[in-house]
Design a protein around this ligand. Sequence first.
Ligand code: FAD
Length: 524
Amino acid sequence: MTRKYDAVVVGSGHNGLTCGAYLARAGKNTLVLEQKSYVGGASVTEEFSPGFRASTYSFIMGHLHPKVINELELKRFGLEYYPQPNVFNPTEDDGIIFSKDPVKTQQQIARFSKSDAENYPKFFQRLQSTIEILRMLQMETPINPFRKDLIGLLKSMRFAWKLRNAENEMYNLMRSLSMSAHDYVSQWFENDLVKAKFMFWATIGGNVGPYSPGTAFYLVTHLVGQTGMSFAKGGMGSIAEALKKSGEAHGMEIQCDAWVQEILVRDGRTYGVRLRSGEKIYASRVISNVNVKRTFLDMVERSHLPEDFVDNVKGFRSRGMGFKLLCAVDRLPQYKGFSKEKTGTEYPAYAHICPTPEFLERAFHEAKFGWYSSEPFLSPNVPSYTDKTLAPSGKHVVAFQGGVTPYELKNSDWDKEGPQLVKNAFNVMNRFAPGFSESVLDYKLITPRDIEADINLPGGNSQHGELALDQIFFMRPVPRYADYRSPVKYLYQCGASTHPGGAVSAIPGHNAAREILADWRWKK
Ligand SMILES: Cc1cc2nc3c(=O)[nH]c(=O)nc-3n(C[C@H](O)[C@H](O)[C@H](O)COP(=O)(O)OP(=O)(O)OC[C@H]3O[C@@H](n4cnc5c(N)ncnc54)[C@H](O)[C@@H]3O)c2cc1C
């Protein structure tokens, strides 16, 4: 039987589901194809040890856009979350809380430096102004400022007009794009712990240490979310489940265990996909949620693509440097520097271990030369502290995101080196939470190679590709095709490879659907 749809979405990462759900709501007969046996991509919850479940990859829900939550009615379809407004940074004998509440954060900083506390409002204001402009830019379809036709000119003028009152914000954004995270925070702070606390955000998803130019942008972009840091109830997979249900309620179909081998193209336009099984599924629009390299280097026959486009896609840097370590434990980690009284917090379920800026930067040194950190920085989080569905009674899940682990090791491989990396991570954790390693009943290590193999994400970068100056906005994923379209007519992109990049924000999926539906109105 021949199957035919208005739209086929390749990949059921949360962006594929978001895009599919919007298309279904607009009345388009939509099918989402997923190579794994369940949906979610990097937004999944899996059992990693008998009785213990965790968010395998992404773990903090903070970026998911409120517009998408509301429009796709995700709460009605089961999304629930536990706010985590405090992040704890331990030292060996103390610790500091970064809180959503700026007054609380300022009081915490004052315990370590009076002048840093006085400067905190200035830092906060600068950060906030940059965040505001980024929030606005996130929802925009990037313009191509070099497009020479009338439509291009009109789009550029409309964009410039929107920014007419954002002079200071744009200057602040440009600063963050070019400064190192260390220089950025040093404008206001002198205390190492305070600096390191903010610099930690700059290490996520990047491939260079926070003393390198451009890393201030990572710091800002990781704080741009509007939902507030939270643990999704049931783990990040519940976000994907809610998106799935929302789409299905409007007729969206999902087929798992369906590896898309080829995106079919004839006379410069797509007309469907071919699965690994050989089956062809026809569609008037194909939307890829898969990483840009896999989409265009593996799924589309080369003769249909311009050479410079292919070269640009090949150049998209998608190697990751972070690891995940999921631990099943028989008790909560106890940080020796933690005090309820000093921090005003019941328990630090989310922490960043990075006592000094040097600690963070050093973790990148070995990775530059093909090795992993002997003292990795870590972000231990304990979702089971609030969410009892994740672990057996009395036991807990401690999930670490950490760095730095290159994709490729010099003269070795991850099968050989994995156990030593785990030891290094446990040694760091034991220093701040003594006895931690003895509480571990089982663990699962995930390196960039594992991420690549599991969700077909080449290089395993958590953002699909670095968020560096040459890979953002009208350069993401590649110049001239940052508007969710591609050189193939009716073939679109909707994943984290596109603007505004990685995170469980659903923004690429939302923006792509907007563009697809706009085209549909013009070209029947
Ligand atoms: C380790 C890690 C930690 C992270 N931590 C956080 C965090 O705490 N908070 C946060 O907001 N973000 C975090 N992120 C980033 C965030 O998870 C991702 O940016 C986001 O989930 C990407 O979603 P996506 O839908 O664009 O793509 P993906 O999730 O990559 O989905 C792509 C989908 O396509 C499928 N697919 C691939 N090839 C094929 C094929 N040939 N045929 C059919 N299907 C195919 C894949 O299986 C996958 O389901 C993290 C990411 C990682 C990897």
